[in-house]
Design a protein around this ligand. Structure first.
Ligand code: SF4
Length: 346
């Protein structure tokens, strides 16, 4: 029997819902402990865009996670956020069946066929349009509502604050935006770079740079990071090493070794919370289901403190230096940006 839905039962300390990542039951517990309103998770298979080996949930883990979350009046969102592969539709449909049977409060999806399946089969199941649905304007979002009855859209990380404000003012669904976490240049889940090197990509296996293809080789005081044999980065003594992804590797171009595509950086919107709340954003999401429970604890508790402070006195709100220091420690490359929210480019 599905667990009862929780609409209206939240006891929030901020109107902005804090949505936290969980790649394991331990991370889910950490998120709830640290003050997340909602946790999102996925199965150990290709239906999940964070399908890293050793991470994610079995159905019995999800049952336990949902039970724990609901006992604390928190919610669980079930990410089925990759695109269905030809001839394997039953795997994705079974994930939707599991989400409903296990009492998830909503499913996060992008695939139109799968949204249609969920709409027809489980009319009581709340549907959120994944960031990978790439809906960046009012007409696209309203069409998804009309067609599938989506109740929330997760906006792609390419929009300015002014564009988000316009969307919030004109759509009839909840709006969720990213507030913290790693950024990359992918077209929200459609990147194939990883598959050129390893055969696996976010789109076909739910994973970029699968761990089985990663090798760390230490020699003469330097550390080489390789992906399926391809040298992605070479670190000198004492240099902080990052997980090797093709887009963030350092390559030699015209005799200069540098980040040829993009430098590892994380989004940090902690300074924008009152503005996001004022424009009508409903939820702030933290990226990082591939990260540890310690990351979840630190980032969620920092965002929790910031959201509560922004709610109590939005006009005098300013992020505390220690909050930014904590977030910078957990940022990729130890550096942060407000990304497209305040982008000076067009
Ligand atoms: S290769 Fe880079 S841009 Fe592509 S999905 Fe992986 S991290 Fe993102």
């Amino acid at each position: 029997m599905p667990a009862p839905r929780l609409a209206g039962m939240q006891t929030r300390t901020s109107p902005l819902e804090l949505v936290a990542p969980a790649g394991s039951l331990a991370a889910l517990k950490a998120a709830i402990e640290a003050g997340a309103d909602t946790v999102y998770l996925g199965l150990k298979n290709a239906t999940n865009a964070r399908n890293f080996a050793g991470l994610n949930f079995t159905e019995s883990d999800i049952r336990a996670g949902v039970e724990l979350a609901h006992s604390k009046n928190r919610q669980v969102l079930f990410a089925i956020n990759t695109f269905v592969q030809a001839g394997r539709g039953h795997e994705w449909r079974e994930a939707v069946d599991a989400a409903h049977a296990l009492g998830a409060d909503a499913v996060i999806m992008a695939d139109a066929g799968l949204l249609g399946y969920a709409r027809d089969r489980y009319p009581d199941l709340r549907l959120h349009l994944s960031v990978q649905g790439s809906a960046t304007h009012t007409d696209a979002i309203e069409l998804m509502k009309e067609q599938f009855g989506i109740r929330r859209v997760v906006l792609p990380r390419v929009l300015t604050l002014a564009e988000i404000a316009r969307i919030c003012a004109n759509v009839s669904v909840e709006v969720e935006v990213f507030g913290f976490g790693s950024l990359c240049v992918m077209a929200e889940g459609r990147c194939l770079l990883s598959s050129y090197a390893t055969g696996d990509s976010p789109n076909n296996k739910g994973v970029c740079s699968p761990a089985s293809a990663v090798r760390w080789v230490e020699e003469d005081g330097r550390l080489d990071a390789r992906l399926n044999g391809i040298l992605i980065d070479r670190y000198g003594p004492g240099e902080a090493a990052a997980y090797p992804t093709l887009c963030k590797g350092r390559f030699e171009v015209d005799g200069v070794a540098d980040h040829a595509l993009e430098e590892p950086t994380s989004l940090n919107a902690i300074g924008l919370l009152p503005r996001l709340a004022e424009m009508g954003v409903s939820a702030i999401k933290i990226e990082g289901r591939q990260r540890s429970p310690a990351y979840v604890t630190q980032v969620v508790s920092t965002l929790r403190a910031a959201l509560d402070s922004a709610h109590v006195d939005p006009n005098r709100y300013s992020p505390r230096p220690e909050w930014n220091a904590t977030l910078a420690r957990h940022a990729e490359g130890s550096q942060v940006t407000q990304g497209a929210f305040e982008r000076p480019w067009k």
